[in-house]
Design a protein around this ligand. Structure first.
Ligand code: NAP
Length: 311
């Protein structure tokens, strides 16, 4: 017997879809994926999720999401989907050699921040290195930080960070920005933002005792044989996000950046019975609360779809 609903992904969107599908009596299966809990697992305090006035640690919040979904009958497997066949129903979803079948499927595979790819970025991840100014900017009140990148995200993050930080340096590997004109102008005119052109972050240095924190970066010129150390309190990596949609290439429509396409005000994809929600569909907001909201929509869409079939 196929599952009524197979949910791929276990961030706020996946677990909210599981909670709603569970409460609708659909006994959903959640395939948690390679980063169970999603991007919030690499965030420290979450202070902008409604209902937690004192804030909550990202991993603790995701434990609560999971607990609530399981309470209503969701089955969670810590397995990663390796292949899907959405061409016929029931939909076929493999985790390695194991086949899971679903009458409907909800895709909540999220997006992953792109990282520079240096070891020290991992050492200080969540302790001075972040990929989310909205999540972590507050912790750098009165401090000096670097934003890496030259696109709209970097400009947006830099502008946002000037609300908290005394100084924001944008480190960009070229001498022209990729960002849209309006976003560029806003950043270039902001007195708290200084640009460091033709430079890349080669290393991030800091302390591990008594608290892990960033104290400086080593910058490498991209057009000269030159590197230097710069004292800094935090590093925000803003070099883009990658929607985790490659499993569905060919089966579902995606935009030019890989975000899955859904019908407006709905989570319906072009395949009847397959719904998509959360960051894998969202190039604009990418917040836990918006992901959770669209997870709820996906579960309701799946429930109505099954109901229309006489489930
Ligand atoms: P993006 O446009 O792809 O820009 C990424 C930036 O990071 C580029 O400047 C790139 O440098 C740099 N970069 C990439 N890999 C790097 C690396 N390994 N080391 C150092 N730098 C690296 O990504 P995005 O800024 O996230 O924007 C994505 C999309 O969302 C865009 O379409 C954007 O317009 C949209 N967006 C819109 C808004 C808004 O309108 N409010 C806000 C955010 C995002 P190069 O320039 O040298 O390639």
């Amino acid at each position: 017997m196929p599952h009524n609903v197979v949910i791929i992904g276990s961030g706020p969107a996946g677990y909210t879809a599981a909670l709603y599908a569970g409460r609708a009596g659909l006994e959903p299966l959640v395939l948690a994926g390679p980063e169970p809990g999603g991007q919030l697992m690499i965030t420290t305090d979450v202070e902008n999720y409604p209902g937690f006035p004192a804030g909550v640690m990202g991993p603790d919040m995701m434990d609560l999401f999971k607990e609530q979904a399981v309470r209503f009958g969701a089955q969670v497997l810590h397995e990663t989907v390796t292949k899907v066949d959405l061409s016929t129903r029931p939909f076929k979803i493999w985790t390695g050699d194991t086949l899971h079948e679903g009458s409907t499927a909800i895709i909540a595979t999220g997006a992953s921040a792109k990282w520079i790819g240096i070891e020290s970025e991992k050492t200080f991840g969540g302790f001075g290195v972040s990929a989310c100014a909205t999540c972590d900017g507050f912790f750098f009140r009165g401090k000096e930080v670097i934003v890496v990148g030259g696109g709209d995200t970097a400009m947006e993050e830099a502008n946002y960070l000037t609300r908290h930080c005394s100084k924001v340096y944008v480190v960009h590997r070229r001498d022209t920005l990729r960002a849209s004109k309006i976003m560029q102008e806003r950043a270039l005119q902001n007195p708290k933002i200084e640009f460091i052109w033709n430079a890349a972050v080669a290393d991030i240095m800091g302390e591990t005792e008594p608290h892990r924190k960033v104290t400086s970066v080593r910058l490498q010129s991209t057009d000269k044989d030159l590197s230097w150390t710069m004292p800094i309190d935090g590093v925000f990596v803003a070099i883009g996000h990658q929607p985790n949609s490659s499993l569905f290439t060919g089966a579902l429509d995606a935009d030019e950046l890989g975000y899955l396409k859904v019908e407006p005000f709905s989570t319906k994809t072009k395949v009847a019975g397959v719904f998509a929600c959360g960051d894998v569909t969202d190039r604009t907001y990418r917040q836990a609360v918006t992901a959770a909201g669209s997870g709820c929509m996906a579960a309701i869409d799946a429930e109505r779809f099954l109901e229309a079939e006489g489930h």
